[in-house]
Design a protein around this ligand. Structure first.
Ligand code: FPP
Length: 257
């Protein structure tokens, strides 16, 4: 994580996203094009994860959230699911020390009950070890789905109401948001998806409400510092109105949530 990557003249610090969310798609195709098994692509994809962490640290982008394994990915062939779980485990064993040295706080979102005790233990250790770090908030979504997230927030609200701790009439957007994953982070400003498809695929459905969407045909293992810079430059050129008029935005109202 050492070589500095030159920033383009296009984006200055105030134009940078505070939070980037990424759907890392295309590992399987990348491997198949090389005549290799899909798991080869996932291993190559893990290297791109390291690159993105480094780029966020260099550019002082405070939060990065990665979609590593969706609620639906459990339906993939058993060998692929097993290989991905082993890769997560090995990555946790290998990377947590270095993330910690660089001041990265690591957290996970998703249905932990679906995961093996061995992975859960490593996730908890990684979270505890890095809990006080502030350079980058890195969140990895594993066994995560946006619909699952909304359902778990609704369940919490219902339980609190049933226990008499919450008045149902007081349930508003803020009350829901507080119970969603990533509640303590600013919502993602920039959503990146590699691999050519133009969809959100049940990622952060609630949290992406006002994110700028950026898509590339580049497959995740090939995603480079240059691709990231293109995404940041494009983001810097977007006019974010959050439901206001262009004139209101031009008059300088603060739009960041
Ligand atoms: C989607 O590509 C990718 C995944 C389902 C797995 C993502 C996992 C990694 C990048 C590995 C490392 C991650 C961490 C956090 C250590 P795909 O398999 O759907 O590719 P395809 O669309 O070409 O089939």
């Amino acid at each position: 994580m050492t070589d500095p990557t030159p920033a383009s003249a296009d984006a200055d610090a105030s134009d940078l996203p505070r939070h980037i969310a990424i759907v890392m798609d295309g590992n399987g195709r990348w491997a198949q094009r090389r005549g290799r098994p899909r798991t080869f692509g996932h291993r190559a994809g893990a290297k791109t994860v390291r690159l993105c962490v480094r780029l966020c640290l260099e550019r002082h982008i405070p939060a990065l959230t990665l979609f590593a394994f969706s609620s639906e990915n459990w339906k993939r062939p058993r060998e692929e699911v097993g290989a991905l779980m082993s890769l997560f485990m090995r990555s946790l064993d290998r990377e947590v020390d270095e993330l910690h040295e660089h001041g990265v706080r690591l957290r996970f979102i998703g249905e932990r009950a679906d995961l093996s005790p061995a992975i859960r233990k490593r996730m908890e250790l990684g979270e505890r070890r890095t809990a006080a770090n502030t350079a980058l908030q890195l969140t990895v979504a594993i066994s995560y789905g946006g619909r699952w997230d909304i359902a778990q927030a609704a369940r919490q609200l219902a339980q609190e109401a049933a226990a008499g701790r919450l008045d149902p009439a007081a349930i508003d957007e803020a009350a829901v948001a507080q119970r969603m994953a990533l509640a303590e982070l600013p919502p993602p400003d920039l959503f990146i998806r590699t691999g050519g498809d133009r969809r959100i695929s049940n990622f952060l459905l609630w949290q992406l409400a006002y994110a700028e969407l950026w898509f590339t045909d580049t497959l995740w293992p090939d995603f480079s510092a240059t691709d990231m810079q293109h995404a940041l430059d494009d983001f810097a050129r977007r006019e974010r109105r959050f439901g206001l008029t262009g004139a209101q935005c031009a008059s300088g109202r603060s739009l960041r949530g």
